[in-house]
Design a protein around this ligand. Sequence first.
Ligand code: OXD
Ligand code: MN
Length: 592
Amino acid sequence: MTNNKYVLSWIDEMAAMTQPDKIVWIDGTEEQAEALRAEACSTGEMIKLNQEKLPGCYLHRTAVNDVARVEGRTYICTPTKEEAGNINNWMDPAEMYAKLKKLYTGAMKGRTMYVIPYSMGVVGSEFAKYGIELTDSIYVVLNMLIMTRVGTSVLEALGDSPDYVKGLHAKADLDEENRYIVHFPQDNTIMSVNSGYGGNVLLGKKCFALRIASYLGRKEGWMAEHMLILGVEYPNGEVRYISAAFPSACGKTNLAMLIPPEVFRKKGYKVWCVGDDIAWLRVGKDGRLWAINPENGFFGVAPGTNEHSNYNALATTRKDTIFTNVCHNLDDNTVWWEGLDDNPPKNALNWRGEKWDYTKYDKNDKVGTSGAHPNSRFTAKAINCPCISPEFNNPAGVPIDAIVFGGRRAKTAPLVYQSFNWQHGTFVGSIMASETTAAAAGAVGVVRRDPMAMRPFAGYNMGDYFKHWLEMGKKIPNPPKIFHVNWFRTDDAGHFIWPGFGDNMRVLLWILDRCSGAADAVETPIGYVPKAEDINIEGLDIDINVIRDLLTVDKASWLEDVENIKEFYKLVGDHVPAELYEELAALESRLG
Ligand code: OXD
Ligand code: MN
């Protein structure tokens, strides 16, 4: 399929090491994909679901020991430890290559090696980047066909160039003790072994589009971020774009596919989803920051997704979707997960493939008793999303008015605040944090710092990553304004105060009004907060005093936070830029 000598010699080398029985090139045709689906069903790797109710949909189960990303076994192998920084796991590249070589040698014996040429971004566009993933998993092939743009056109666009990301994945024995997800940024190389779980093996996503791309972005003057991208359409037809970073379990996919409250819909407001997880951001010729979503699909968490929480995501999964580790309803050969509806199937298999008794479900032991694994997933095509943006395939991307950071904070962070400027906004991103909830094991209310939601995804030293943000600010003549939101403030009884979901639109509108200069604000020690009456609560049963409460800045808890931030900066180490320490000192003195 190609004469590219760099590609061919690398594949030869990888095949000599892994020793597959045969090599199959993935051409991106429906015929080939259909044959692979049939093969996967014949071996039990996938189960074909009810094609009347869920056309084109399949179910897959991973190994029980292999259900999530493994941050502890994810490595950034730069020549020096300092380049990877304190937040990443690091090993000397030569040592890691030697270790991996042992694990890969003969790992594909008796198996087929699939060669997947894929593009992150629209093939042939200025901003696209190409990768080739070698894998011995049909499940990976079929997921990559949804999540990225795959096939012959990618090889044509790559031509003779050596400029592609090499990815090698082998399931091997799915041995947890020898599971490694490894990045060699200087070599444009990703190696994943002993896993079959999406986040570890769909190498275009976290490994390439965040870890390797963040490294490339720093080198080349752009940014790869863990951000959704959405467009808010006004009644006059104008669309303004926001990108937003949140740690896991803070509702990124929900926000990306938000349905505005009825009062706004009636006036003609709409929200368009450009992406739900990753944004690549570059300075445009007009001096603004432009974003593309490099992915082609959604790899979303199933539990909790329902008609009310995320109508659009649910609709997206009704065809052409691969479900992983959800509950299998045997009565009608469909799927189910906790939070889908109040009718758990009576005749079903749980995510492990065992007979499941829904009456034994225990909220405090989800992994043990639930029908679907808490991290069960759907892999669905972006074009099947009812609110997919008409700009989704625009190679130039969309211009960003506002960058939003967010976390789950019971008390400290107000509903929304705006940073003073780019440098202060970078500081706000760098101190992003989320509190653990009662739903998760461990202490409640423990703050985990997750700067820009990139803690597990920055492909180099976090301190240098902060520096890159500051540098980018200097290169954008007309930068987006930077905000922070918190949908999760609770009252004394622990209940969420803000309704969230579609009503988050009310906050987005204030944010965009700030960007266009249409809204006022109050200056506080942490940044600008809205005047309560500027949050539109039309049609919402909430008292203006509650909004006031949601917007208060409690100095004592912020001073506590300052101490925690100091600890975190110390952990990141001596690459934290002086400008951010200045911002921290200034915050402390304003809180005074
Ligand atoms: C994801 C994640 O799967 O952030 O998107 O873990
Ligand atoms: Mn993510």
